[in-house]
Write a protein that binds this ligand. Structure first.
Ligand code: EPZ
Length: 429
């Protein structure tokens, strides 16, 4: 298994190109199931999760054609993929594929809407929580679907097609909002989704679906209205920049000191983390082409932060923030409100010398003067990059094991950080 070896103490200076967002690319790729024409996606990040989803979609009969590099295209630009689901030959999403990536469960919406029947494995839990799918099932029932659970599979039927309805989510769910919106595009009549997730990735999907002929208003607000149409057609859409990658490298720069321009970052999707970063003491300058983060050697101030659905502070940056404030001049309190077990990184950060106390959903982080390199274990995607951030500032060598977690969501991490002066390398085998 690959490992990443970091020798801490180097400042980060230079430019990092922000890749397309994993959490936008996945639902956008799944939307290709809604039409028999070709959906072309630009700026798709080269990630393990994207590769796995290509396999899963291929199992349903979707052709995924990756376009080659074009003259003038720079090396970091994302892939252009043509997805063509002109015939769906299999409406079952099997356990051995769905269990590897929760988002693959989301194929249930488009498959049901287009084919009238589907059988999708329950995704199962993961390191950060049980992650049930009850909101998805209730939403599809609100659209007229008949749902059974049979031998670990969700069996959904809508032989006469879906009918628009009112969906009110009891709690905000990004995935359930994606799925309800996709299914509703082909339902007869109007669908109203209340308490919808407002994440930028929801807006990105709605923009793409609209280009495909869907009639959607209100994406990005708590209430989304969809007028069903008979069919959707092909379109072309560019994946939005990754706001979690942006925040990750912004925190890394504050951690090491230095001056980094995050090229292509979409500022309006990252305001809460940048506000926190300013409060900690970094200089943050936003332009229409990206975000510049500098820390001039001054100390890091502690902060109290609670994760929340967008536009609040994202749970996907909680681990990265914890690494940063582990070196603050004082005590910080981080409350995780989205997932019940998203503190797997705490024990690993403690191995590097961080002083963190957990009490239920609140982590109390007492800043320490120094972190010391050690061997640590990645447990989930965002936890693993928090260990990299800590390693960048730790004295000596840090080895992060199980970096396949990193490869799920961070494209060319070593090259991006190494290009700004970090001493970081991947040890294969
Ligand atoms: C999406 O996951 C993201 N994944 C997650 O990012 C992100 O942490 C999460 O949204 C919250 O922002 C992708 O976009 C691929 P939820 P999702 O449904 O949709 C509970 C990463 O690191 N819930 O918004 O699965 C659920 O258990 C990943 O890139 C139910 O109870 O998250 C959680 O506690 C990690 N029943 C809360 O809602 C349901 O039916 C929010 O989950 C659905 C969700």
């Amino acid at each position: 298994m690959d490992r990443i070896c970091i020798t801490g103490g180097q400042q980060l200076n230079g430019t990092i190109a922000i890749s397309g967002a994993k959490n936008a690319a996945l639902p956008l790729m799944i939307a290709s199931l809604l039409t028999d024409e070709t959906l072309t996606l630009d700026n798709v990040p080269r990630l393990a999760d994207v590769a796995l989803l290509k396999r899963i979609l291929g199992n349903h009969g979707v052709d995924c054609l990756v376009k080659g590099k074009r003259a003038g295209q720079n090396g970091v630009a994302g892939e252009t993929i043509e997805l063509s689901a002109n015939e769906i030959v299999d409406t079952t999403a099997p356990y051995d594929l769905v269990s590897r990536m929760r988002a693959s469960f989301w194929v249930i919406g488009p498959l049901l809407a287009r084919m009238g029947a589907t059988r999708v494995s329950l995704p199962g839990g993961c390191a950060i929580g049980t992650r049930p799918v009850d909101f998805f099932i209730d939403a599809l029932k609100d659209l007229g679907a008949e749902i059974d659970i049979d031998a670990g599979y969700v069996v959904a039927r809508a032989p006469r097609g879906l009918t628009g309805g009112r969906i009110t989510f009891p709690h905000i769910s990004v995935g359930a909002t994606h799925v309800a919106m996709m299914a509703a595009t082909l339902a007869r009549g109007e669908t109203v989704i209340e308490n919808a997730a407002r994440e930028p990735e929801i807006v990105d999907l709605a923009t793409c679906l609209t280009r495909m002929g869907a009639e959607i208003t209100g994406a990005g607000t708590p209430t989304i209205r969809i007028q069903g149409v008979d069919r959707l057609h092909g379109a072309r859409h560019a994946v939005m920049p990754d706001r979690i990658e942006t925040g990750t490298y912004a925190f890394a720069t504050a951690m090491t000191g230095g001056d980094v321009f995050l090229e292509g970052a979409q500022v309006d999707t990252i305001e809460a983390p940048l506000t926190v970063l300013r409060g900690i003491g970094a200089d943050v300058e936003t332009t229409n082409s990206g975000v510049r983060v500098r820390r001039n050697g001054a100390g890091l101030a502690p902060v109290d932060v609670e994760t929340a659905p967008f536009p609040g502070f994202p749970t996907d940056l909680q681990a990265q923030l914890m690494a940063l404030v582990s070196r603050a001049d004082g005590t910080s309190h981080l409350r995780e409100t989205i997932f019940e077990n998203r503190f797997m990184h705490v024990q690993e950060l403690a191995r590097l010398g961080a002083d963190i106390h957990l009490d239920g959903q609140v982590a109390t982080v007492r800043g320490v003067d120094r972190l010391k390199g050690a061997e640590v274990m990645a447990t989930d995607l965002r936890a693993s990059v928090s260990l990299v951030i800590a390693g960048l500032a730790a004295e000596g060598e840090t080895v992060v094991n199980r970096v396949y977690h990193l490869d799920r969501g961070f494209e060319q991490l070593e090259a991006k950080l190494g290009g700004c002066g970090a001493e970081i390398e991947r040890l294969t085998g």
